[in-house]
Design a protein around this ligand. Structure first.
Ligand code: HEC
Ligand code: HEC
Ligand code: HEC
Ligand code: HEC
Ligand code: HEC
Length: 204
């Protein structure tokens, strides 16, 4: 009976939303809670055995998961509140839902493909979309902590299947916003103002 209840997709969505709601973006910045978030998607770093299969064609849609199902960005990219990298979900994270939920018949083939790769312990090679050159240092955490929306830098991801680069992230883009922040916060200590435009802040 429990198992059949677990098959109901809405239940999983409610659970996911509750979980994220409880953890909350700002509250999650406290250390204890960020550890809890880390444990939601344990398995982020899979062991890379030499014979581990690498797959590149896993079907995935942001529009379906974010817009239709209502899953929060941080459920799959929880690194963004903890540090530099937003991180991508592992197949294990996909399986936390797809082990149990049923989808429409025409979507089942795609879900089978995901679960097969998971069961084979494969590693997914997703495309690099926003990767910056090595000489650029970027850190998600201060941006998320200060309420900069993901969409400001990544566009309307909730309308995309796989993410495509719709925002041109270049030095001017970064500096314009940092300068705006300085202008809007006259009270900001001089050292902080300097840091936001200092070359070594973004080029270590
Ligand atoms: C201020 C701009 C900015 C904001 C806001 C931002 N990002 Fe990013 N994001 C970037 C940049 C720049 C990169 C490339 C970083 C690199 O290559 O060093 C990136 C990379 C990524 C990546 C791939 C690499 C990684 O970090 O693991 C993901 C996934 C991602 N962002 C998701 C998100 C999500 C989800 C949010 C909101 C919670 C968000 N980003 C908010 C600028 C931003
Ligand atoms: C929190 C739960 C949850 C997680 C995590 C999740 N999914 Fe889903 N997924 C769903 C639900 C619910 C549906 C059914 C949506 C609908 O009703 O159309 C779905 C549908 C799908 C479909 C069916 C095709 C489609 O686009 O409708 C595919 C493929 C899929 N998910 C792949 C993935 C992959 C790959 C991951 C991991 C990166 C993942 N899912 C993570 C809940 C989840
Ligand atoms: C159910 C899991 C899931 C959710 C929820 C989710 N994503 Fe993703 N995201 C992925 C997967 C899987 C990829 C890799 C495939 C791709 O590039 O689209 C990805 C890729 C990305 C990338 C590209 C990373 C790169 O290489 O530069 C960005 C940016 C991103 N997501 C932002 C977001 C934002 C913003 C939201 C909320 C509006 C969100 N994601 C919600 C699973 C998720
Ligand atoms: C839309 C606004 C916005 C954009 C675009 C933006 N930033 Fe930021 N950035 C912020 C804010 C807000 C902070 C936090 C400032 C504070 O702590 O008061 C910040 C802080 C930082 C910090 C930490 C500075 C410190 O205190 O040490 C780094 C590093 C950084 N940004 C790099 C970048 C890079 C690289 C880019 C472009 C890829 C970028 N930012 C784009 C708004 C932005
Ligand atoms: C807020 C973040 C930030 C600050 C501060 C910053 N940069 Fe950059 N810079 C970037 C980003 C992001 C790129 C990558 C642009 C791209 O890929 O098009 C870049 C690229 C560059 C490049 C390569 C440009 C090219 O056309 O190939 C040089 C050189 C450079 N920066 C020098 C500097 C110097 C000198 C300073 C200090 C006066 C500085 N940067 C301050 C973010 C920053």
């Amino acid at each position: 009976m429990i198992r059949s209840a677990l098959r109901h997709p809405i239940l999983w969505v409610v659970l996911a939303v509750l979980l994220i709601g409880i953890l909350g973006v700002s509250g999650a910045l406290a250390k204890g809670e960020s550890d809890a978030i880390a444990s939601i998607s344990a398995g982020q770093t899979q062991t890379t055995a030499a014979d581990q299969a690498v797959v590149t064609d896993i079907p995935y849609s942001h529009q379906v998961h974010v817009d239709k199902v209502g899953i929060q960005c941080l459920f799959c990219h929880n690194g963004a509140i903890r540090g530099a990298q937003a991180t991508l979900p592992s197949l294990k994270t996909c399986a936390t839902c797809h082990d149990y939920i049923t989808v429409d018949a025409d979507a089942q083939d795609q879900v089978d493909q995901v679960m097969q790769a998971y069961q084979q312990n494969a590693r997914v090679q997703w495309p690099d979309v926003y990767k910056q050159p090595d000489y650029v240092y970027f850190d998600h955490r201060p941006h998320i902590a200060n309420g900069v929306a993901c969409q400001t830098c990544h566009g309307d991801v909730q309308k995309m299947t796989l993410v495509t680069a719709q925002v041109d992230i270049n030095m001017g883009f970064c500096l314009d916003c940092h300068r705006k922040r300085i202008a809007q916060n006259p009270e900001m200590p001089a050292v902080e103002k300097e840091r936001l435009t200092d070359c070594v802040t973004c080029h270590k």
